[in-house]
Design a protein around this ligand. Structure first.
Ligand code: 13P
Length: 291
């Protein structure tokens, strides 16, 4: 049985200097492909759903798929709710069986972010072995229902990060350091590696307690990924890349086989393409063979 929460797998990763890939999925094929990739590479893994897909398919269905696939996987698998801005929906997903919940109150003022995050932390910890991710500062770009203008993006302040973690009790922490959701508009995005390393040192210098999350994985150059790993990144979120992979794979297959009506063949192509993309990430994150 490989049901796991994010804090457990990330503490292990941070101690050993690798990171866990966290992949946003919208359907069963992607769900299977991500877990297949984890099994094939012997990597711990996190499957994430944004709020919209979890509402569209239904959180109970997501959890049922998760349990069915994770329980027979010989590697740890986390089910994470990504960027949820509604406290009630966070609680519903915790009740349903998600093992990690992200309350994203990062658009609120500092005190209100603390209040909302703490409410979700207290609830999740009372329900069971459910860890919680909080965010400070704003990650640029677009993810699910949350849109943040580039010029609105603010980076996390290190002292406030420590205060936020202490007062909320979050298990894992996502500081805004300049990464963005979606496709980067430049080849060399401006990422504040030093800020990440400082926050990591302040929180985890005396031993890993609150591992750090990197949002906006899609399009990050590999040398940036390595620098972020060294600076304490223990979870890397990847969403847009898998959406592109799914749509491109379907489009290419259908365009080349316009007279064929066999959904199973399209599904196979999507599943293989997704698995390949995830395996590539696991190599970059150095999680291969760690589970
Ligand atoms: P990308 O869509 O840029 O990969 O970002 C994913 C993410 O951070 C989800 O929380």
């Amino acid at each position: 049985m490989s049901i796991a929460n994010a804090k457990e797998v990330m503490i292990e990763a941070a101690k050993k200097g690798y990171a866990v890939g966290a992949f946003n999925i919208t359907d069963l094929l992607q769900f299977e492909a991500v877990i297949d990739a984890a099994i094939e590479t012997k990597s711990p893994v996190m499957v994430q759903t944004s709020v919209k897909p979890s509402q569209f398919l239904g959180r109970d269905i997501m959890v049922a798929i998760y349990r069915t696939l994770a329980e027979k996987a010989p590697v740890p698998v986390v089910l994470h709710l990504d960027h949820c801005t509604e406290i009630d929906y966070c609680k519903k997903c915790a009740d349903a069986g998600y093992t990690n919940i992200m309350i994203d109150a990062s658009k609120q003022a500092f005190e209100e972010n603390i209040r909302q995050t703490k409410e979700v932390v207290d609830y999740c910890h009372s329900v069971g072995n459910i860890s919680v991710e909080g965010e400070l500062g704003t990650v640029g770009g677009v993810e699910d229902q949350i849109k943040v203008a580039e010029d609105e993006a603010q980076l996390a302040n290190p002292e406030q990060s420590v205060e936020f973690v202490e007062r909320t009790g979050v298990d894992i922490f996502a500081p805004a350091i300049g990464t963005a959701h979606g496709v980067y508009k430049t080849k060399n995005p401006k990422i504040d590696f030093e800020r990440m390393a400082t926050i990591h040192k302040m929180l985890n210098g005396g031993g890993i307690k609150t591992p750090l999350v990197v949002h906006g994985g899609t399009g990050l150059p590999e040398d940036y990924i390595k620098k972020l790993l060294a600076a304490g990144g223990a979870k890397f979120n990847v969403s847009t890349e898998l959406k592109h992979t799914l749509i491109d794979a379907k489009y290419e297959y259908i365009s080349a086989h316009r007279d064929e009506y066999d959904p199973g063949k399209i599904d196979k192509v999507v599943r293989e393409a997704t698995k390949k993309a995830v395996i590539h990430w696991m190599g970059m994150l150095e999680s291969v063979g760690k589970a």
